[in-house]
Design a protein around this ligand. Structure first.
Ligand SMILES: [Zn+2]
Ligand SMILES: [Zn+2]
Length: 394
């Protein structure tokens, strides 16, 4: 009964959700600068008659209370920020802010959650409990908008028993969604390293301390942290994507600069690994006559989908969409600041399919040709509304 009502309301608002998404897509703003986006969301919440309050500068929180008696609370989260990417798509809703682009689908998340809010405000007489809407800034940039919102109390007063979030996924066809119970995404730490030696003429190695050779040893040896020290049952990744040794064919530089990332899914191992990585790099540099300054910037924790909540939510998604449209996800070693909610409360982060191969919509997130199949909005709003009211016990 409530399912059919949600499906009808979801169909009614589809065009609206597309229009809101296109507006947001053409007016992207970088992390912690979601000023116009925040005003846009605030206006839409006002149109729905919802009171909101601001958090973490540009974030917004609003409550929708069902008319039936219930103390239960479910939080629904959308992120609002865009990326520093020059959009390459030639579409009517192309970014009007050159060099900034909604290339991770946060425009879709925000417009979908506004749509979900619209559905739920029209259904208040049908459910009990409170829905907390969270529109957060800065998913893409450390320390992450989620961590700031939590510090400012977004998970208190009222405290949600469950937090749900959806994220676009161009690997899954529009019309389908994906779930994974348990550990789903990785913690991420940024590594900034300077290896120092003593530069000089390339023909006189005996008078120099070559930081390039030291770096080569460090890079190779550090991989044993993953292959020999890490538990093979739990994934770890150590990658260095930037190595600058700015000498010449005949010049040994004074120093080499490196940047990398360390990802895993176990907080205890994560902290142990930091110590091992640092110690190994510094020890090798010292043994070879140089030195190494190793800085680790802690990023997001790993994301865990609470088993019971995720199983129940997956079941509700099957009710709403049909079993054939609900897929299992593999683990994914990227990071996501929804992880902070998942560490603080029972949470479920699921994927909304946005692929349409026939229309060429297949590009990965964070690329200049990323786009979403907007038909996905036929399910994104109603599904979240349904998952929320079911989770509230209706
Ligand atoms: Zn992203
Ligand atoms: Zn994202």
């Amino acid at each position: 009964m409530i399912k059919e009502k949600i499906q009808q309301l979801s169909a009614d608002i589809f065009n609206d959700v597309v229009a809101n998404r296109r507006h947001l897509h053409s007016h992207p703003e970088l992390s912690f600068h979601e000023v116009e986006t925040s005003v846009f969301v605030a206006n839409k919440l006002e149109e729905l008659g919802l009171e909101y309050h601001k958090m973490a500068d540009t974030g917004l929180v609003a409550l929708i209370k069902g008319d039936k008696p219930s103390d239960r609370v479910v939080a629904l989260r959308a992120d609002m920020d865009a990326l520093p990417i020059l959009e390459a798509n030639d579409v009517p809703y192309k970014s009007q802010n050159p060099g900034v682009m909604h290339a991770c689908g946060h425009d879709a998340h925000t417009s979908s959650l506004l749509g979900t809010a619209k559905i739920l405000t029209q259904l208040k007489s049908e459910f009990g409990g409170t829905i907390k809407l969270i529109f957060q800034p800065a998913e893409e940039k450390l320390p992450g908008g989620a961590s700031l919102m939590i510090k400012e109390g977004v998970l208190e007063n009222p405290k949600p028993q469950a937090v749900l979030g959806q994220h676009v996924m161009p690997l899954i066809d529009a019309g389908k969604v994906g779930f994974r119970a348990g550990k789903y995404m990785a913690s991420t730490d940024e590594l900034y390293v300077t290896v120092r030696g003593k530069g000089g003429h390339g023909a006189q190695p005996q008078q120099n301390v070559d930081p390039v050779i030291i770096t080569a040893h460090i890079l190779t040896a550090l991989q044993t942290i993953v292959s020999r020290s890490a538990d093979p049952k739990s994934p770890s990744v150590l990658s260095f994507g930037k190595v600058i040794a700015n000498g010449a064919t005949n010049v040994i530089p004074n120093e080499v600069y490196l940047e990398g990332t360390f990802r895993t899914m176990d907080e205890k191992w994560r902290s142990e690994a930091h110590i091992k990585i640092k110690k190994m790099a510094e020890g090798i540099a010292e043994a070879m006559g140089g030195s190494c300054e190793f800085n680790i910037m802690r990023g997001y924790p790993f994301l865990i989908n609470e088993e019971v909540l995720t199983a129940a939510t997956r079941g509700h998604a099957e009710d709403y969409l049909g079993k054939e449209n609900v897929l299992d996800l593999d683990i994914w070693m990227a990071a996501e600041d929804f992880a902070y909610y998942s560490q603080a409360a029972d949470s479920c982060f699921y994927r909304l399919g946005t692929r349409n191969e026939a229309r060429g919509i297949t590009s990965s997130v964070h690329t200049p040709t990323f786009d979403v199949e907007e038909d996905a909005f036929k399910i994104s709003t109603g599904l979240m509304a349904y998952l929320a009211v079911k989770q509230l016990g209706n």
